[in-house]
Design a protein around this ligand. Structure first.
Ligand code: NAD
Ligand code: DAU
Length: 350
């Protein structure tokens, strides 16, 4: 039985990856390692938690000793590393948390893997999940390719860029088999409501202002989270050692157009008059250093691994809204306590 360690599996993307692997590969044992920070939520995995090929390990990747012990004890065949601090706004107010988890935590995992795999390095794989934000910000034209020079501009993207460099360094210096993928913005079920789409769904539902940074002209390239999980599966199994793959859905939206689309869907689902939810749109102070545009050229993944996004955005956004409206308890559990404090602090001067 293959043993695969997935870090950050209680988070948004990680939970979809864990479910996909547990269900699709009964002959793998999936170890989900997560520190359960504010963003980690085992509710995301309730439906698979009792499967015999799944185990949860509560641990913090910033603890080198614990990582060494775990690798020594379990002899993982491969790692899919998603654990990270992931929200750009939080990285602006607390960069150090991002340096610790995203850089130090990744090095701790690399060191633990290097030690545990030293005799048979070639039989293992370290798959690092990264972001398109490492490439910086685009103007009106152009796309990020795998050879675009790194130009991270926020503490979050800088910490992810550092971790990408370190993963490549362990490949070149120590011969560790690695793959890296850099994906565009994900959306879908289980996303923490600090991010644009779930935050807006929650506010629309509760008739609260929808805060749009600046003029809402910034562009993001949105991919349904299950399509990202499928791409991770393909890359883990078929990606070439040492290679990088960009993942994206050819689905660019300005923030303001996306929110109008979301309001249209929410009006329909909530039985409101057309245009009612859009009245909640409120332009607020811009994000510091706000990247203007991200857009991915994923042709390497399309051509070499034959992966393609399965959903059109119109379909994906309906599924997402339905999920949030049908999972009120999940949302309510999250938006009390700490989240309320975060929200007040984050949006007080905007
Ligand atoms: P998330 O914030 O929803 O989840 C992160 C998970 O990591 C949480 O479960 C959290 O508890 C865990 N975690 C955080 N610090 C940890 C630590 N020190 N030790 C162990 N676990 C820890 O994030 P997400 O949106 O699911 O993103 C997952 C990964 O994908 C990240 O590496 C992120 O950079 C990358 N990514 C995200 C997107 C996106 O749009 N969300 C796009 C591209 C890449
Ligand atoms: O591109 C991939 C990245 O996408 C991931 O690496 C990150 O982990 C993920 O958080 C996401 O980063 P963004 O900063 O693009 O996502 P966010 O949902 O925070 O913001 C999307 C856009 O919406 C961005 O232009 C900022 C804007 N925004 C965001 C919030 C939270 C608003 O206008 N208002 C808001 O309240």
């Amino acid at each position: 039985m293959k043993k695969i360690l997935i870090t950050g599996g209680a988070g948004f993307i990680g939970s979809h990856v864990v479910r996909l692997f547990v269900e699709k590969y009964p002959d793998y044992h999936i170890y989900n390692l997560d520190a359960l920070t504010y963003a980690g939520n085992l509710e995301n995995l309730k439906d698979i938690e009792s499967k015999s090929n799944y185990s949860f390990i509560k641990a913090d990747i910033t603890d080198a000793e614990v990582m060494n012990e775990l690798f020594n004890k379990n002899q993982f065949d491969g790692v899919i590393h998603l654990a990270a601090e992931s929200h750009v706004d939080r990285s602006i107010s607390d960069p150090l948390a991002f340096i610790k988890t995203n850089i130090l935590g990744t090095v701790n995992l690399l060191n633990a893997a290097k030690l545990a795999w030293k005799d048979e390095m070639d039989k293992h794989l370290f798959y690092h999940i990264s972001t398109d934000e490492v490439y910086g910000s685009l103007g009106e034209t152009g796309l990020f390719t795998e050879t675009t020079a790194y130009d991270p501009r926020s503490p979050y993207s800088s910490s992810k860029a550092s971790s990408d460099h370190l993963v490549r360094a362990y490949h070149h210096t120590y011969g560790m088999p690695v793959v890296i993928s850099n994906c565009s913005n994900n959306y879908g079920p289980n996303q923490f409501p600090e991010k644009l789409i779930p935050l807006s769904i929650n506010n629309i539902k509760n008739n609260k202002p929808i805060p749009i940074y600046g003029k809402g002209e910034n562009i993001r390239d949105w991919l349904y989270v299950l399509d990202h999980a499928r791409a991770i599966d393909d890359i883990y199994h078929q990606g070439k050692n040492g290679e990088t793959y960009n993942i994206g859905g050819i689905n660019e939206w300005t923030n303001i157009d996306l929110i109008h689309k979301l309001c249209e869907v929410m009006d329909k689902k909530l039985g409101r008059e057309p245009g009612e939810s859009a009245k909640l749109i409120t332009f607020v102070k811009d994000r510091a250093g706000h990247d203007m545009r991200y857009a991915i050229d994923a042709s390497k993944l399309y051509n070499e691994l034959k992966w393609h996004p399965s959903l059109q955005f119109e379909e994906g956004i309906e599924l997402t809204v339905d999920w949030y409206l049908n999972n009120e308890e999940w949302l309510n559990n999250i938006i009390s306590g700490d989240y309320e404090n975060y929200y007040k602090e984050q949006y007080k001067e905007r």
